[in-house]
Every structure is written in structure tokens, then in C-alpha cells.
Design a protein around this ligand. Sequence first.
Ligand code: DQA
Length: 141
Amino acid sequence: MSKLIYVLNGPNLNLLGKRQPEIYGHETLADVEERMRKKAATLDLTIEFFQSNYEGAIVEKIHEAREKADGIIINPAAYTHTSVAILDALNAFDNPVVELHISNVHKREAFRHHSFVSARAEAVMAGFGTLGYELALEYFK
Ligand code: DQA
């Protein structure tokens, strides 16, 4: 049976393609979702794609994943650097977690160098641009 991977995106990623394209590129989140769906099909994976600007909504989606998902790919966006609640929710999830950032956060401001989520993630990706989303699927094949 094909594995179900939850792909979770945090705040402001709904503006992908319009927001600071020099950092995050020109692709929209809908473009990313479409490319991921195509790639997932080649790897016999199914994806549930989700974005929210609200921390609690992301926490609840992780709770839902506990019952359903074989893995999570998460770009927590700004919550990466602030959210113990998202870390705690991920700690209550038993399958693998891949943390993903479009930009290389380590090359940017110091406040982006710390991630609460990295303490939980099996793998961390940063700086591959939106291509990273497709590459992250390979982890679960
Ligand atoms: C980001 C990096 C974060 O520091 C930032 O707050 C984001 C996006 C990235 O994908 O590069 O919103 O997670």
C-alpha cells in the first residue's frame, strides 16, 4: 500500500512566489503542490498538502497525522524558530519527520539559525529552493 506523507507549511508560505522572490523563488505553493503530487506518484507515495498561518492549526494537523500519516515533511516557516508547541506535537508523532526550508537559514540572520523542530527531525533540508520539497519525498520511498 502506498505510504501517506503529510506535507505541512507554516505562516506566510501561502504567499510563496510573491513574497521575497529573491529568497524564496517565483514558484507558488500551488506549483509546489502540483510538482510534489507528480513526483509522489512516481514513488508510490500519497501526499496530504496543508498550509496554515496559525500555530494551533498546524498542531492539530500534526495530531491528525498521528492516526494517519507514515511521515511528515514540514516547513514550519517562522514557527521553526519559536514554537515549542509544534515541537511537542511532533514528539507525539511516531513516524519520521523531515524538516525543510526553502532558503539556507544558516546563511541568514542569526535568529534563523536555531530550530526547535530540528531536535525532533530525522532529517533537515535547507537551501534547495522549492526543489527541496520534491527531494524530501525521496526520503520516504
Ligand atoms: C523558511 C525560513 C524561515 O526562517 C522563514 O521564517 C520562513 C521560511 C524557509 O523555507 O526558508 O518563513 O522556513
